[in-house]
Write a protein that binds this ligand. Structure first.
Ligand code: FAD
Ligand code: SF4
Length: 469
């Protein structure tokens, strides 16, 4: 019998904005068992599954949701993991509204199915019940060992996905990670109020349980070159999932003042190096009272919300375009707004003003209006004459995008890169160096977790074809 159409999605609970704006606790509390089942029952089980086509890692969305609707969560977990090694991460940070949920049939009749929160629900259910002998979750199928070694450089979402898929195909996989922790941006960039560390740890442990080894503090290009991975280390193929971690800076006077940070440094100190708990951890952090964050993507939003949590009285986004052009997820914007973040739209920094000891004391700004569309298709911001003004601030955080680190290409002459520093690859993600594949932000420039994971999947298949001839 066809299901009754329920147009409105079941909401999830969230921490009170006034309380959460001062803690790093997770903002969204997810679904209870009953709520998840009710939301799953809204899915009308379309035969053509547009949602699956909207997902870069081809999660069997319709099927896992049907298991949730039937209350069989263990089967939902196993069905999802046929394709996705990192469901708790994707369920929390994927821009579902522009991926699977944007093409969900229900979005034409009312609210799209809350696919992201359902994916998060089944992942959280597994953390809670997965170790109980009676939980019903079976280990995934892995092929017989193939007796071949593959090196993956970088333990971000692209590397973890590629490594997990290759391990399941029977390869002996080692990830070489430059940092002392896995996760890439998930660990050093995205704060725990959006992505708790126990979720990252649990999903990395799952990838390791497939047979993947992770070696930390291994900067490839310095400690070992790509040639050495093939030669003395005996790997048959290499995947580069090295991301785009090199920050861009503002080109205005005063940018070298004390109190000006790249968002990368600011977030890395707080998240990876635990400066938020200083002096318990010995990484110091500048706790600004009047903080201006330049930019309006996810990175800017994470920075401004972190500044708030470190005690800022004014935490502000300065963005030269309007709200319609911001690249941050709508959910992040709403959360930041509820927490008291100020938004200065159509405003552009022209100078950072230091005091006599070279500490930031103000920022000079000008108002903008939108002109004709530029190369990105968005309307170009144009300064309004005579609109300059100054604002008192003690911290400026620059979140204007990143590019790939040039270390590996600079030590590997056979690797061709584009003018943006990204790897040139074929449609199967092979670089100009035979047997070396690349994917994720290292190829696309700063993008999304799920796109990086999708690239990891494509590369795993291509590496298998390459090695099997
Ligand atoms: P990364 O995650 O950057 O991982 C690369 C890894 O390679 C790192 O661990 C790095 O240490 C390692 N590495 C680099 N060079 C070497 C080397 N020479 N040797 C060994 N290891 C090396 N996307 C979303 O979808 N949703 C969001 O909400 C979202 N929020 C974001 C918030 C912030 C603050 C940032 C910075 C990004 C955000 N993104 C978000 C983007 C997303 O995180 C990235 O697109 C994604 O992590 C890219 O994955 P990756 O595996 O390609 O690279
Ligand atoms: Fe269910 Fe939406 Fe996918 Fe249709 S498109 S199967 S309603 S999640």
């Amino acid at each position: 019998m066809p299901r009754e159409i329920k147009k409105v999605r079941i909401p999830t609970a969230e921490l009170d904005p006034k309380i959460r704006a001062r803690t790093f606790d997770e903002v969204n509390l997810g679904y209870t068992d009953e709520q998840a089942i009710e939301e799953a029952k809204r899915c009308i089980q379309c035969k053509n599954e547009p949602c699956v086509k909207g997902c870069p890692v081809e999660v069997p969305i319709r099927e896992f949701i049907e298991f949730v609707a039937a209350g069989d969560i263990a089967s939902a977990v196993m069905k999802n993991k046929e394709k996705n090694n990192l469901p708790g991460i994707c369920g929390r940070v994927c821009p579902q509204e522009s991926q699977c949920e944007s093409v969900c049939t229900m979005s034409k009749l009312g609210d799209a199915i809350n696919i992201g929160k359902l994916e998060r629900f089944i992942a959280d259910w597994e953390y809670k019940h997965g170790k109980e002998p009676s939980c019903g979750i079976r280990a995934p199928h892995c092929d017989e060992p193939k007796g071949k070694k593959v090196a993956v450089v970088g333990a971000g979402p692209a590397g973890l996905t590629c490594a997990g898929d290759l391990a399941r195909m029977g390869y002996d996989v080692t990830i070489f990670e430059a940092l002392h922790k896995p996760g890439g941006v998930l660990s050093y960039g995205i704060p725990p109020f959006r992505l708790p560390r126990n979720v990252i740890n649990a999903e990395v442990e799952y990838v390791k349980s497939l047979g993947v080894e992770i070696k930390f503090d291994m900067v490839i290009g310095r400690i070992l070159t790509i040639d050495e991975l093939f030669g003395q280390e005996g790997f048959s193929a290499v995947f580069l999932g090295t991301g785009a971690g090199l920050p861009s800076f503002l080109k205005v006077p005063g940018v070298n003042s004390n109190g000006v940070f790249s968002a990368n440094e600011y977030l890395t100190r707080i998240n990876l190096m635990n400066a938020k708990t200083f002096p318990e951890y010995d990484t110091p952090i500048w706790r600004g009272k009047k903080v201006a964050v330049i930019g309006c993507g996810n990175v800017a939003m994470d920075s401004v919300r972190s500044a708030m949590r470190l005690g800022a009285e004014r935490a502000m986004i300065i963005y030269r375009r309007s709200i319609d052009e911001m690249t941050a997820r709508v959910e992040e914007y709403h959360h930041a707004h509820e927490e008291g973040v100020e938004f200065h739209w159509l405003t552009n920094p022209t100078e950072i003003v230091p005091d006599e000891k070279n500490f930031v004391k103000a920022i000079k700004l000008e108002k903008m209006e939108l002109g004709e569309p530029d190369d990105s298709g968005r309307r170009r911001p144009v300064p309004i004459k005579g609109s300059e003004f100054e604002m008192e601030v003690d911290t400026v955080i620059v979140a204007l995008g990143t590019s790939p680190n040039p270390l590996i290409p600079s030590t590997t002459s056979k690797l061709k890169i584009s003018k943006w520093g990204t790897y040139d690859v074929t449609d199967k993600l092979m670089t100009s160096y035979p047997g070396v594949f690349a994917g994720g932000d290292a190829v696309t420039g700063a993008a999304t977790v799920i796109e990086a994971m999708g690239a990891g999947k494509i590369a795993a298949r291509a590496i298998n074809e390459y090695i099997q001839g």
